[in-house]
Design a binder for this molecule. Structure first.
Ligand code: NAD
Length: 288
């Protein structure tokens, strides 16, 4: 069966919209998110447009700062400083990837961790690693856990989770979250030997690789839950372009007990979790 990320994300956004309205009434605070985008990468502009639309739909304030591709790091850091000290801005997101001449780590480090709604600042990843409450958790990994729980229930204790991929954006944080859920974790990556055998042990298999249809049916244990994070654009022999995941859906769907489709699985959860982080950041300000 499919785990319907589109529906689950919509339910989450509906729930957030109620909380946003309540916060406005109770504390006079309307959560606000500012997205900075540097350059003119078309895919990034589409993502940002979606983020803005969904932010506004649930009653939050959305601001966008568009900077030219030749923006200097100094200028970008100045913009971040202004947003950091603006009490009306609760969430700041710098759309990645940045143009090559800008140092992503330096830019992410310049965001106030309390406003770092992407959850990539070292303070937030450190809190996640330490299992400390109160940090902002990266959005896609958060979405993966919500989707797994939707199928498996809230208690994931003792399940063996295999995560393919060790990026700071997906692989590592999703593994940390699964560990917090008391799963036994294996992190596999490009140097892992016998990957198929490793994957076959998984009760929960998270694929975050970036290779179209990479995971095959004979890598999957009967009844496993599959969370497919991959977003890959492929063109068929007839010239039709479509999005596919890192898992060979057609092969795997009959082998597993549940799978997140691509599109319509993890993707919609990412923005919903971004909005959830923005609400958390705004509540912190409102309640202080
Ligand atoms: P990345 O390129 O930073 O990391 C890929 C990881 O895959 C690496 O850690 C690498 O070790 C591993 N890998 C590469 N080749 C491998 C191989 N042959 N065998 C085993 N492991 C291998 O990518 P990322 O940013 O983590 O993203 C992964 C995928 O998830 C991409 O398709 C990306 O588009 C997608 N993604 C989706 C969302 C979403 O919202 N759904 C968000 C972020 C990323």
């Amino acid at each position: 069966m499919n785990i319907d990320g589109k529906l689950i994300a919509k339910n989450l956004r509906d729930h957030l919209a109620v909380e946003v309205a309540e916060l406005k009434v109770s504390h006079g605070v309307q959560p606000s998110l500012t997205v900075i985008i540097v350059g003119d990468d078309p895919a990034s502009h589409v993502y940002v447009k979606n983020k803005i639309k969904q932010t506004q739909e649930i009653g939050m304030i959305s601001n966008e700062i568009v900077l030219p591709i030749d923006t200097t790091e100094e200028h970008l850091l100045n913009e971040l400083e202004k947003l950091n000290s603006d009490n009306n801005v609760h969430g700041i997101l710098v759309q990645l990837p940045l143009p090559k001449h800008l140092n992503e780590n330096a830019v992410i480090s310049a965001i106030n961790p309390e406003k770092d709604v992407d959850g990539f600042h070292a303070v937030n990843s450190g809190k996640l690693f330490n299992g400390e409450e109160g940090g902002l958790v990266p959005c896609t990994p958060q979405g993966c856990i919500l989707l797994a729980k939707e199928h498996l229930g809230t208690d994931l204790s003792g399940l063996h989770a295999v995560v393919i991929g060790r990026s700071n954006i997906v692989g590592k944080p999703v593994a940390m979250l699964l560990l917090q859920e008391n799963c036994t974790i294996t992190i596999a990556h490009s140097k892992t030997k016998n990957l198929a055998e490793v994957c076959k042990q998984a009760d929960i298999l998270v694929a975050a690789v970036g290779i179209a249809n990479f995971v095959k049916a004979d890598w999957v244990k009967d009844g496993a839950t599959i969370i497919d994070v991959g977003i890959n654009r492929i063109t068929s022999e007839t010239g039709v372009t479509k999005l596919v995941g890192d898992v060979d859906y057609d092969e795997v769907v009959s082998k597993c007990s549940a799978i997140t489709p691509v599109p319509g699985g993890v993707g919609p959860m990412t923005i919903a979790c971004l909005l959830s982080n923005t609400l958390i950041a705004a509540k912190k300000v409102a309640y202080n």
